[in-house]
Design a binder for this molecule. Structure first.
Ligand code: NAP
Ligand code: ZN
Length: 356
């Protein structure tokens, strides 16, 4: 039986060629395990743009209308009868997932992102209402309490929202591949993910080198915690770092030559892709064989690690550098993302939806 529903204001796209526009969607009234959240801020991830424009049609086709948004911070407005972790008024967050089966080995290990029945915050089949899940470009959301996170009270909510995707996606592989004091770490692409990677690698004590295509970002990279900045289109600058890195995180949204970075790895070095360009990458075997290089990928992070990351950010006072925008500027923001023109994450002030 379907739960009862209520109307919520939101922004959606009707097709891959459409702009995002004001709409009303149905949310379920909280069932016993649910937390209802008034959304204060939602970050704009490049994945929102890839999805809305159906650039990932081969792997994750878009279902329209699509309401993107998976970097959500808000206040609890209501909880279901069996909810024990949260109460009305709490400052909470929701990231890229809203459900999983809870019984598989991955769920039991706190790696819900690999559960075969994981439900993404938007564009996944909605088992409560049918249709597809709707994300955070909305005034409210209703989520199972297991997928709700607690936001440390010292963090600014607008800057905390991007932690829910850009934050965990960069924090998780750094822990997995043991980024610690003294390691030489590269970050490729100073966008939303990249700038969080710089902050985390710096906080973990690594020697951080940023690779950017944007000369104007050099000063910012140093301020964010980089020890060195390399303009990646300058072959001489790249060459100076040959065979020297322990770990490189590639957070680029568009097609680019990853071999240039594989060549910079030391013996047993690791290059992890978190950026998700739609086109396949060409990698010659020799780039991996010589130096026993590792090429890997990483997807967001599980719920326990996401809470750990938020607590780490609370302790070290880390948030994203955000440009706060009203929802009415979202289409403009997407165009700027495509030009690498964001410093360094857009965070939508959801109070702007009230006038729609
Ligand atoms: P973003 O803010 O747009 O940043 C991407 C950065 O990549 C740009 O700022 C730019 O940095 C660089 N770049 C863009 N076009 C380039 C090109 N043609 N050649 C070289 N560099 C280029 O994007 P984001 O939100 O951080 O997301 C980055 C990627 O990660 C996206 O593909 C997104 O879908 C993916 N993602 C993956 C996960 C996961 O779980 N694996 C999670 C979230 C996002 P510079 O100006 O410094 O060169
Ligand atoms: Zn994201």
């Amino acid at each position: 039986m379907h739960p009862t529903t209520y109307n919520a204001k939101a922004y959606s796209a009707a097709s891959e060629k459409s702009q995002l526009a004001s709409t009303k969607i149905q949310r379920r009234d909280p069932t016993e395990r649910d937390v209802q959240i008034e959304i204060l801020f939602c970050g704009i991830c490049h994945s929102d743009l890839h999805s809305v424009r159906n650039e990932w049609s081969e792997f994750m086709a878009a279902n329209y209308p699509i309401v993107p948004g998976h970097e959500i911070v808000g206040r609890v407005t209501k909880v279901g009868s069996s909810v024990s972790k949260y109460k009305t008024g709490d400052l909470v967050a929701v990231g890229c997932m809203v459900d999983s089966d809870g019984t598989c080995a991955h769920c039991k290990a706190g790696l819900e992102q690999f559960c075969p029945n994981m439900v993404l915050t938007f564009n996944s089949p909605d088992k409560h209402l049918g249709g597809f899940t709707y994300g955070g470009y909305s005034e409210s959301i209703v989520v199972d309490e297991h997928f709700v996170l607690r936001v440390p009270s010292n963090l600014d909510p607008a800057g905390a929202a991007p932690l829910l995707c850009a934050g965990i996606t960069t924090y998780s592989p750094m822990h997995h591949w043991d980024v610690t004091r003294g390691k030489k770490v590269g970050v490729v692409g100073l966008g939303g993910l990249g700038h969080m990677a710089v902050k985390f690698a710096h906080a973990l004590g690594a020697h951080v080198v940023v690779f950017t295509t944007s000369p104007t970002k050099t000063e910012d990279a140093l301020r964010l915690g980089a020890d060195e900045v390399v303009l990646s289109r300058n072959a001489d600058e790249m060459k100076k770092h040959t065979a020297s890195f322990d770990f490189i995180l590639d957070a680029v949204s568009a097609n680019h030559d990853i071999n240039a970075y594989i060549n910079l790895l030391g013996v047993d070095g690791n290059l992890t892709m978190v950026g998700a360009p739609a086109e396949p990458l060409a990698v010659p075997a020799f780039g991996l064989i010589m130096g026993r290089h590792n090429l890997s990928g990483s997807m967001i992070g599980g719920i326990p690690e996401t809470q750990e990351m938020l607590d780490f950010c609370g302790k070290h006072n880390i948030t994203a550098d955000v440009e706060v925008i009203p929802i009415q500027k979202v289409n403009e923001a997407y165009e700027r993302l495509l030009k690498s023109d964001v410093k360094y994450r857009f965070s939508i002030d959801m109070a702007s939806l009230k006038s729609e």
